[in-house]
Ligand binder design. Sequence first.
Ligand SMILES: Nc1ncnc2c1ncn2[C@@H]1O[C@H](COP(=O)(O)OP(=O)(O)OP(=O)(O)O)[C@@H](O)[C@H]1O
Ligand SMILES: [Mg+2]
Length: 210
Amino acid sequence: MKKGFLISFEGGEGCGKSTQIKKFTQYLKEQGVDFLLTREPGGTELGEEIRNILLNYKGDISPLTEFFLFCVSRSKLINEVVKPALEEGKVVVMDRYFDSSIAYQGYAGGVDINKIIQTTKFVTDGVEPDLTFLLDLKTEVGMQRKQKDENLKNFDRIERKSLSFHEKVHDGYLEIAKKFPNRIVVIDASQSPDEVFNNIKEIYQKRIKK
Ligand SMILES: Nc1ncnc2c1ncn2[C@@H]1O[C@H](COP(=O)(O)OP(=O)(O)OP(=O)(O)O)[C@@H](O)[C@H]1O
Ligand SMILES: [Mg+2]
């Protein structure tokens, strides 16, 4: 029986997910909240091996095949790590979850959105975020942020896809937010990191914190 809370951070490349997650988990630590931080793809030993394939494989991978690779990583992570943590009452923080598949493989890659949603329910046993922060930022701005960062400027297989692909990801995310308005909160990610975080903290305090 689930007692904890699942919070996911979503958004296109360079929108500030990792930056905000760092601030958010620091805040949880200060509040003495028992939390687990994880990421997709990855988060388990098997998942990290799949992450390596997804981000570095040199040949072609179709969006559908890519989705199934995500499913393997996701199945392991959710069923063996996230679900038990939620059952223990932890706050679980995820750097990307299945909305990324809907945006990248679905809206941008052309895989049927409803099939992604149905398959994900099966793969995850219906484990959904209680709250999702969608960091909304113009595609070019996110890409420019990453170009400027020595640690992020060498783009991986998915990041290297065309600007039009990433624009479809961005527009897809906004469609997903419309589809799930109770779960997803759209945050203006063009503000300074502190301003973005203040918005996140306020929503967390209102929606989740008792
Ligand atoms: N609000 C902000 N304003 C300006 N620059 C920012 C802001 N937030 C993050 N950055 C910078 O932009 C770059 C990308 O940020 P970050 O790694 O947090 O994004 P991300 O969404 O996790 O990216 P990725 O898609 O690669 O995981 C970093 O260099 C970071 O310092
Ligand atoms: Mg990141």
